[in-house]
Write a protein that binds this ligand. Sequence first.
Ligand SMILES: [Zn+2]
Length: 408
Amino acid sequence: MEAVRLSASGDPEDAVLRLDSLDSQSQTAVLRALRGRLYGDYRSDAISKAGEMIRNYDYEGAANMLAPLVELQSGADPEAERLFSACRALSDTEVFKGPVEHIFFHPLIAYPELAFDGDSMQKGFDDYFVTVPEFKEILNELYQRGYILIDIRLLYKADENGAVTKPELKIPKGKKPLVLSIDDLNFYRYMKKNGMAHGFAIDGEGKIVTFTDRPDGTRTYSDDNEIVPILERFVSEHPDFSYGGARGIIASTGYEGTLGFRTDETDAPDYLETCAEAKKIADKLKEMGWIFACHSYGHNSPSKRTVEQMKKDCDRWIEEARPILGFTDIYIYPFGELIKDSDPKFQYLQERGYRMFCGVQKTPYLRYHPDYVLQQRRNIDGIALKSSDRITDMLDVSKIIDPKRPKG
Ligand SMILES: [Zn+2]
């Protein structure tokens, strides 16, 4: 009883020193609890250190860090075991010389009944978006076919003078590198009205979830209706789907704010608080392995803008979105519309630090120039899924198409 009393007075160490005064049954209970807590601390420390090593591509180090957990738990810790065997499998690398696929999505249709409600926007959602079940099946198939997510920054090196070079790409043996991006993850008004989630939040466990405000005024949270949390779960169940902790690229505009926060309303009285909230989400996403790209500020077709308008657009993104998302040298063209490198509009983008440019094309494309790289991306959306030749070499579309899509 003495031990318990002292513990309650706030000195647990003293209480432990008095263990002897307890009867043996109580002693055993206390020791068991202590051992459990010690093991728990050791486990979370080992998993977080292994994560750090994985982010530095030190898979052998990570496997060594996890080996004792697997040994001690002999089958009772599936998460540690999955991570351990992934580290073993991914530590053997080879130079990859084949084409590097880059696929992109728009935010997911979380509520098909709102996207496919027969209004004037239904066709646009049917053409350019995928639903939650479709995205999950796409992940399954990509994984089954040996793709592994990589950080696009493994594909190029840019020095401070703007020179760009191609590094040797080494990836785990037998895997195919895959870059993934999400365009327009800004939680635009038109998307919120038509079946997309309404924004990001961080839940009680520190995980990214989405929220959606329902017409009755209630707010619901979900970890199962947007790419970020769905991919997070998929990678935790299949750690060998991500190389070096890579996730994907979030291509953001600025005209309706950043990551769902109205960072464009710079005169709003709560502007600083809004920016701070947005930055919390952005920092969390970076910690998870996501990186950011500029998708222009206003999402206008580059060819329809004057050089001056284009410069303004570029600067405004840097002023409003960069403080939240951080520096990026990746530019993802709105509408996938390329600008020629002889065009002053392109040269201004280079002047402002962009080195990796991405458009849209049916086949993988990656070309190095002395001062920039161009990679083309394949759209995965309704058009691609319904086409007989767009992505059938990567995916079995017949297994993917959601029956909730409009017929015909
Ligand atoms: Zn876009």
